[in-house]
Design a protein around this ligand. Structure first.
Ligand SMILES: [Zn+2]
Length: 139
């Protein structure tokens, strides 16, 4: 998918969105109403195109996470949220809906019984011990 065909790049280019924050290396806007999980559910997106956390420019990723934090604090101060759920899917078979890195930031309240934590469990098996393989890959 080219940047031209990317719905989020097109959206940032056209300016046609329900903006929460439009300037900077990362932007924030509301999802389409039918996709909203809670009042104030917001998407945080780096301005520079990348598919997921795997290929993100570090500066764009840092700007996105910084905005996730600032937005979470705003959800507390402006909406009275007591917590947030931050959701991201990156790459093939992750359930990623738009192939431009994005974080869903969903406010939560004490009187809300909604839960957004995945209920499914993977049935995939890995050849080897996952913790050891990951530790070796990071060393
Ligand atoms: Zn894009």
């Amino acid at each position: 998918m080219s940047v031209i065909e990317c719905v989020f790049c097109e959206l940032m280019s056209s300016g046609d969105a329900q903006w929460v924050k439009q300037d900077g290396d990362a932007v924030a806007f509301l999802p389409l109403p039918e996709g909203s999980l809670a009042p104030g559910h917001t998407l945080v997106v780096p301005r520079a195109h990348c598919v997921g956390v795997q290929d993100a420019d570090p500066q764009a990723l840092h700007a996105s996470i910084d905005l996730v934090q600032r937005l979470s604090l705003a959800m507390s101060s402006a909406l009275g949220a007591t917590g947030v759920v931050v959701l991201n899917a990156s790459g093939a078979h992750s359930g990623q809906s738009v192939n431009h890195l994005h974080f869903h930031v969903v406010p939560c309240w004490a009187d809300d019984e909604a839960t957004f934590w995945p209920s499914d469990r993977s049935v995939h098996s890995v050849a080897g011990e996952p913790r050891t393989l990951l530790a070796e890959a990071l060393s």
